[in-house]
Design a protein around this ligand. Structure first.
Ligand code: KIV
Ligand code: ZN
Length: 389
């Protein structure tokens, strides 16, 4: 695919590589296989399965995922040296569709670490991308910390990588430093000004240090990127990566202003979100967009009343769009009479006006003392009222 396929955005999931790099998020071999299977099933185009040179365990997991994947391209990460790239190829070569992803830090701060001059680094990029391309037809190259790399140098090395055979150029915002306008402009300039820029796919890889990863990824798409790199639940180093569920649902819900599509079956989102939370040990915050416990929950009387009349009043997507059975009407001190009547009806109680008034009074009293009033509390309130009558 090239940037000419205008409307399709490829989803590249890196939960098993960048996500697993979150301190404390390590997954077992079997857990990685399970998550890869779920990603494959839900229509993720590319799975970055790990960093094969990092450990024996990573190598084995990537190899097995490569052998088992049915639909997705399987990608492994490698630094810019032949040993890493060869090990990566060994792990992914049995995949139906393998991809080598090789990277090097190109910003002044990152260039200082291996102590390479600009020319020496350019030469290294040429050699390593050429080496990867001799092994595999599908090569992705990333200038790490691209968003803090000088424009002239970034343009120069991107051109070198394209000439050496990279088929996807990923532009990482490694430290979550960019902002939406800049993210869009950078991709637009690279496509328009780098020779060969319109013949490869540009990818965006954002971190969430300033809470802008999703906005920056979508802006990059507006600028011409056609691959978004992301993770389930936004798992990833420090404040995490772009959350897959957010970009997929944003493109779906606001297709009127972002006319792009992905292959992801959004109804599988909630299940994989819960599995990733469980196996990584990283709980999802209650108010996390799309997959948080409260993302489809309503407690205030005005909202509950609106929801009972027309769900679109306070929901821009249906819970079933992400694989949730139903909206959660939470009974608490902000709930009103209409919600109580509806809840009691669901529980099998059709109360007359006076009885409802009485239960409503007791319910408010209880809700003032308790954060959430559960179904069994309501049943007890009705029963207590009947005993007294
Ligand atoms: O954030 C980053 O720069 C990365 C690269 C390895 C692509 O994860
Ligand atoms: Zn990253």
């Amino acid at each position: 695919m090239t940037n000419a396929d205008k409307d399709r955005v490829v989803i590249f999931d890196t939960t098993l590589r960048d996500g697993e790099q979150s301190p404390g998020a390590t997954m077992t071999h079997d857990e990685k296989l399970e998550i890869a299977g779920l990603l494959d099933e839900m229509g993720v185009d590319i799975i970055e399965a790990g960093f094969p040179i990092a450990s024996e365990g990573d190598f084995r997991a990537v190899s097995e995922i490569a052998k088992n994947s049915k639909n997705s391209v399987i990608c492994g990460l490698a630094r810019a040296n032949t040993k890493d790239i060869d090990r990566c190829w060994e792990a992914i070569r049995h995949a139906e569709q393998p991809r080598i992803h090789t990277f090097i830090g190109t910003s002044p701060l990152h260039r200082a670490i291996p102590n390479l001059t600009q020319d020496e680094m350019a030469e290294r990029i040429h050699e390593t991308v050429t080496h990867a391309r001799n092994l595999c037809d599908n090569v992705q190259w990333s200038p790490m910390d691209a968003t803090r790399t000088e424009w002239d140098y970034l343009a120069r090395v991107v051109e070198i990588a394209i000439k050496a055979g990279a088929t996807t150029i990923n532009i990482p915002d490694t430290v979550g430093y960019t902002a939406p306008v800049e993210s869009a402009d950078l991709i637009r300039r690279l496509i328009n000004e780098v020779p060969g820029g319109d013949e490869v796919v540009f990818a965006t890889h954002c971190h969430n240090d300033l809470g802008m990863a999703t906005a920056n990824s979508l802006a990059a798409v507006a600028g011409g990127a056609r691959q978004i790199e992301c993770t389930i639940n936004g798992l990833g180093e420090r404040a995490g990566n772009t959350a897959l569920e957010e970009v997929v649902m944003a493109l779906k819900v606001r297709n009127d202003i972002m006319p792009y599509y992905t292959n992801v079956d959004s109804t599988k989102i909630m299940h994989i979100s819960r599995r990733v939370a469980t196996v990584s040990g990283f709980n999802v915050q209650y108010n996390k967009a799309i997959v948080g416990k409260n993302a489809f929950a309503h407690e205030s009387g005005i909202h509950q009343d609106g929801m009972l009349k027309n769900a679109e009043t306070f929901e821009i997507m249906r819970p079933s769009d992400v694989g949730l059975a139903e909206t959660n009407i939470v009974m608490g001190k902000h709930s009103g009479r209409a919600a109580l009547r509806a809840k009691l009806k669901d529980l099998g109680f059709e109360l007359g006006a006076n009885q409802l008034d009485d239960v409503f009074y007791r319910f408010k009293d209880l809700a003032d003392r308790k954060k959430e009033v559960y179904d069994e509390d309501l049943v007890a309130l009705v029963a207590a009222g009947e005993d007294e009558a």
